[in-house]
Structures are given as structure tokens and as C-alpha cells.
Design a protein around this ligand. Structure first.
Ligand code: MN
Length: 298
């Protein structure tokens, strides 16, 4: 008999993590290729999964253990760091498309944010058009950065290139002059700065943006205030609070026709400093719980 905790998200037993019976698929993509400042996102998914095993399954919000009702299956981690960027992005898009066909809620753990462009491609191939909600400190609208179109600084530009639909950004507080121009001229991009979110100015537009639409929610962990998760490659002050982020998740879950997928990106864990890993893991569990509860209520 083994007493080892299973190495899956939340450390679930085989019954509550079986593929067939799970409503959620967790896909770890520890891809890291275009670090521009601090590195370490390749260790993000493993740190989130390890920390998730310490998160209480019981959630007061639901007076229940959501994971025991829905089932959460953790897929094998993608091993693509040796591939050229184009090939890595193709591999991600293909894997996401293959998993999206199962019709379950897909939860991608990164890894650097450039992964999200390929996730959008894979989702679009299966589901057709959708809208994207981005929680992030950075606009990520550069066409290329440091010589590559696959930089994490270009993540949302690549999501737009996937052709699925518009992007609504929340919590943005760092951008280049060129990105400011993209925001002014590209009507596919709607931006709410961090201070707009603090003031609640995003609420009406967010509800209208997702209403009746399939949605992809991408959470760059640096969108949160840096006091919550300082271990990220490109930190910025004045981020979103825990409750501001969960309010956004609740609004998306409530008003969307369906949340196709969400991701949690850019955690760069630091050995011996486990609080940010735990907070990221708890955010991931809360997000899937909120989405599935809203879906069940529709
Ligand atoms: Mn960011």
C-alpha cells in the first residue's frame, strides 16, 4: 500500500480523477522559451500541482467539496521545451484541440503566457469563434519582442491572430507606446486598467462582452497584486486583489454561454517560498469550481 499523495491536481484518488468521469481536464504546459526578465515558469505547473494537494477540498462558498462532485483529471505534462518555437506552438494547439473535443472544461497550467496564443488556436479549431477575457498586468499586444513573435510579451496579439474573436483586458498597468496605439486603433481590444477595476468600472462592459458567448479566460498570475504572488517573471505594483479577481471569474462564469477553457500562467516558483504556489493553486481550484457551479445552474 502506498501512502504517497497521487501527483495530480488536488491529490485526488483514482475515482475522483478518472478521465471518463471528470468534468475538468488539467493540462500542464511547462513551456519556457522567451524569458525577458526573471525566469522559472517551466516549474510553474509542477509547483501548482504540488501546492494544490494542500488546498482544502471543502469550499465555504459552496458548502461542499466541488472537486468530489465534478472530478478533475490531470493530463500528462507536455514535454516541448526542446522544440523550436513554431513547432512548440503547433504541438500545443494540436493537444488543446484534441482535448477540447471531449467537451470538458479545460484548465491549462503554464508556463509562459505565449502558450495562450496556441491554446486559442486549438480552441478555435474545435469550437469556432469565442471571446477572450485576459487578467494581466501587461497588455501583451506587441507584434514581436526581442526578435520573436512567440514572446510572452506578444501573447494577446497571437490570441487575436488566432481569429477567434475580441479580447477584453483587465488589470493592465504596463505597456509600450506601440501597444497603447494598438489599443486605440484595434476595435477587437477592450482595456480596463488596474485602477478601472479597483473602481468597478469594468463590470457592465465585462458582462456585456461575455453575455451569451463561449469564453476563454486567461489569467496571467502577474495580474494579481504582487503582494499575493511575487514569484513571477515580470512583476508590477498595483495589481488586482484576490476578491477583485474572483469577482471577475464569477461574472464571466455567470454571464457566458460557456467557459471553454481557462489558463493560469507565469508562476515562476522559488524553492522554499511556497505561499505564492499555494495561492495560485487555490485560485485555480476556485476558478474551476465557480465555472462548474455556474454551468450547472444554467
Ligand atoms: Mn503579464
Amino acid at each position: 500500500m502506498s501512502y504517497e499523495i497521487p501527483h495530480n491536481f488536488l491529490g485526488l484518488d483514482s475515482i475522483h480523477s478518472a478521465f471518463d468521469d471528470s468534468a475538468v481536464l488539467v493540462l500542464p504546459i511547462p513551456y519556457e522559451a522567451t524569458v525577458s526578465y526573471g525566469g522559472g515558469t517551466a516549474n510553474g505547473p509542477a509547483a501548482i500541482i504540488t501546492a494544490s494537494q494542500q488546498v482544502e477540498l471543502y469550499d465555504r462558498e459552496f458548502d461542499d467539496e466541488p472537486a468530489m462532485n465534478w472530478g478533475v483529471h490531470t493530463l500528462p505534462s507536455m514535454d516541448i521545451n526542446d522544440l523550436e518555437p513554431d513547432a512548440a506552438m503547433d504541438a500545443i494547439a494540436a493537444e488543446v484541440a484534441a482535448q477540447a473535443r471531449h467537451g470538458k472544461l479545460l484548465c491549462v497550467l503554464g508556463g509562459e503566457h505565449s502558450v495562450s496564443g496556441a491554446v486559442a488556436q486549438g480552441l478555435f479549431a474545435v469550437h469556432g469563434p469565442f471571446v477572450t477575457v485576459q487578467i494581466d498586468a501587461h497588455a501583451d499586444l506587441r507584434d514581436e519582442y526581442e526578435g520573436t513573435p512567440h514572446s510572452h510579451a506578444c501573447a494577446m496579439r497571437r490570441v487575436l491572430d488566432a481569429g477567434a474573436g475580441p479580447v477584453l483586458q483587465l488589470g493592465i498597468r504596463s505597456l509600450s507606446i506601440d501597444e497603447a496605439e494598438v489599443m486605440r486603433t484595434d476595435e477587437r481590444v477592450i482595456t480596463f486598467w488596474a485602477e478601472d477595476v479597483h473602481a468597478g468600472k469594468h463590470r457592465e462592459a465585462l458582462a456585456e462582452f461575455v453575455r451569451g458567448q463561449p469564453v476563454y479566460l486567461t489569467i496571467d498570475i502577474d495580474g494579481l497584486d504582487v503582494s499575493l504572488v511575487p514569484t513571477t517573471g515580470t512583476p508590477e505594483p498595483d495589481g488586482l486583489t484576490w476578491n477583485e479577481v474572483l469577482d471577475i471569474v464569477r461574472a464571466v462564469a455567470r454571464d457566458a454561454a460557456q467557459v471553454l477553457a481557462f489558463d493560469v500562467m507565469e508562476l515562476a516558483p522559488l524553492e522554499g517560498f511556497h505561499a505564492p504556489d499555494y495561492i495560485t493553486a487555490k485560485l485555480t481550484y476556485k476558478t474551476m469550481s465557480i465555472i462548474l457551479a455556474a454551468q450547472a445552474a444554467k
